[in-house]
Design a protein around this ligand. Structure first.
Ligand SMILES: C[S@@+](CC[C@H](N)C(=O)[O-])C[C@H]1O[C@@H](n2cnc3c(N)ncnc32)[C@H](O)[C@@H]1O
Length: 200
């Protein structure tokens, strides 16, 4: 199978990894939502071998890509990809995880995916230690942080009026409703944020 490659994932995987190293425990289990091509999970699993990585996506073509990449990598700490649409609640998944990681999904899907993400994470993580880690573009105080993000927002809304660059404070409010407090914010290249939320 020919593997798809996302240029953005190639560019952002290293800066994201540097943040994950600060946030994640040395061992445990990470659930990745919307794994896409699987490039991130492959890279993170190789670089953080003490963790077991569970890739997921709602798209069957993506799942096939992720599993092809997993097999090619030979990495035993990547679990077989599972179909997971965050909007199908409750998630058909019982195993607790240390962290839920979601890269570049909440702006390119309806707002409901943000609430669904925290709702699912609340069920699967432990109070006091569970985390949600998000990466992507965000508005802050209602304002775009760069002209490129504003242009991207326009492009997203043209594609689907329900899509759009989310406001950081709105995401924090949803997180709070589900028992998560933002404990980490890193400004990464290309005007993207890496946000770490801790379960209270
Ligand atoms: C822009 S891609 C990002 C993929 C990957 N995380 C990356 O950064 O390269 C958006 C991903 O979100 C997934 N997605 C969209 N809506 C979803 C939903 N409701 N539940 C789960 N995944 C979803 C898509 O299938 C796609 O893989």
């Amino acid at each position: 199978m020919e593997l798809n490659t996302s240029a953005a994932a190639e560019r952002n995987k290293q800066p994201i990894l540097a943040e994950l190293r600060q946030l994640l425990p040395a061992s445990g289990r990470v659930l990745e939502i919307a794994s896409g091509t699987g490039q991130h999970v492959e890279y993170f699993a190789r670089e953080m071998p003490g963790l077991a990585w569970q890739p997921t996506d709602r798209d069957d073509a993506d799942l096939a890509q992720i599993d092809a990449r997993r097999r090619q990598s030979g990495l035993a700490n990547i679990l077989p990809a599972l179909r997971l649409d965050v909007l199908e609640q409750p998630w058909r998944m019982a195993r607790q995880v240390d962290a839920v990681l979601c890269i570049n999904m909440i702006h390119i899907s309806p707002w409901e995916t943000t609430t669904a993400l925290f709702s699912g994470a609340e069920r699967l993580t432990a109070a006091g230690s569970g985390q949600v880690i998000l990466y992507g573009p965000f508005r802050e105080g209602g304002l775009h942080t760069a002209p490129s993000n504003e242009e991207f927002d326009g492009w997203l809304k043209e594609k689907d009026a329900r899509f759009g660059v989310r406001n950081l404070e709105d995401v924090e409010a949803v997180a709070d409703e589900h028992g998560f407090t933002r404990a980490h914010l890193a400004r990464l290249p290309a005007n993207n944020l890496l946000l770490g939320f801790r379960r209270r």
